[in-house]
Ligand binder design. Structure first.
Ligand SMILES: [Zn+2]
Length: 285
């Protein structure tokens, strides 16, 4: 059974992940031991530090579920339909994204764009073009701040809510999926996403195509163990350039899609894979 097919109701209590439940018990036990047992204080402090190291490590591991639900593959039903999701982050970019849209049309592929909402606000026609061509725009924060994972619950909520509002104002569609900048998180994020009815979506594999300009290397990373249910991560914003000066995803997509098709796989958008019964997306108030 998968719990990834629908956004959780915001009224339901947030299900505390086992790591955080255990952490609370661990703190209580460590403090009690430190206070009550002579000579135990240094050990108790060490135990608490160790616990924080573990939580921080979980937040720095984009595909981890230790801090809350995290979609790293499409649900079983979607995989059974032979679906994969191509996700494209950090746009819309006024130079790169139009080329990506032309290419995707030529390849007859629908993708999911995790957009930075201030760029959507600044490029409304481009964002509308993305949606008009059948792609999906989802929430990749309002500003893509690099210290996102160091912020508290209120700041995270403000940043994510603002992105929801900006994207909805421009496209008329409210995102149901969220991806953190660089996939980095902290324990405050999951309850915020739960309240905003957003599903955290990471990826199965990424090509590191903001740093790697060699298309063959990026394509090989994305295509390793290619299988139904894969969520693949590419970038139209901050895209590395090939030796010829091309944004690398433009050279990666044609061979990647050819491989998907040869393997009998079908690229779909995340809403199509996660909530097939909701399509076509109709916005309601
Ligand atoms: Zn990003």
């Amino acid at each position: 059974m998968t719990s990834t097919t629908a956004a959780p109701a915001s009224t339901a209590a947030w299900p505390w992940p086992p790591l955080l439940r255990a952490s609370i018990g661990w703190h209580v036990a460590a403090v009690a031991a430190g206070v009550l047992v002579p000579g135990a204080a240094p050990w108790a402090i060490g135990a608490i530090v160790l616990n924080h190291v573990l939580i921080t490590a979980a937040g720095l591991t984009p595909r981890s579920s230790l801090l809350g639900a995290n979609i790293t593959r499409l649900p079983a039903a979607s995989a059974a339909r032979g679906e994969v999701a191509i996700t494209i982050d950090d746009g819309p970019d006024p130079v790169v994204t139009p080329q990506v849209l032309e290419l995707l049309d030529r390849l007859d592929v629908r993708a999911t764009f995790f957009c930075i909402a201030e760029k959507v606000r600044d490029q409304p026609a481009l964002a509308l073009d993305i949606v008009a061509r059948g792609h999906s725009i989802q929430n990749h924060t309002a500003h893509h701040r690099h210290d996102f994972s160091l912020r508290g619950a209120r700041a995270l909520a403000k940043e994510i809510q603002l992105a929801q509002d900006l994207i909805e104002q421009v496209t008329g569609q409210r995102p149901s999926c969220f991806r953190a900048p660089a996939g980095l998180r902290n324990p405050f994020l999951a309850p915020v996403l739960h309240r905003l009815q957003l599903s955290l979506v990471s990826w199965t594999r990424r090509g590191f195509d903001t740093r790697e300009g060699d298309a063959a290397t990026v394509a090989a990373r994305l295509g390793r163990d290619l299988a139904a249910g894969d969520i693949l991560l590419l970038h139209d914003g901050n895209a590395a350039r090939t030796a010829a000066g091309q944004p690398v995803l433009l050279e990666v997509l044609p061979p990647l899609v050819a491989r998907l098709r040869a393997a009998g796989l079908r690229p779909v958008t995340l809403p199509e894979a996660l909530n097939p019964s909701d399509l076509p997306t109709v916005h309601e108030h």
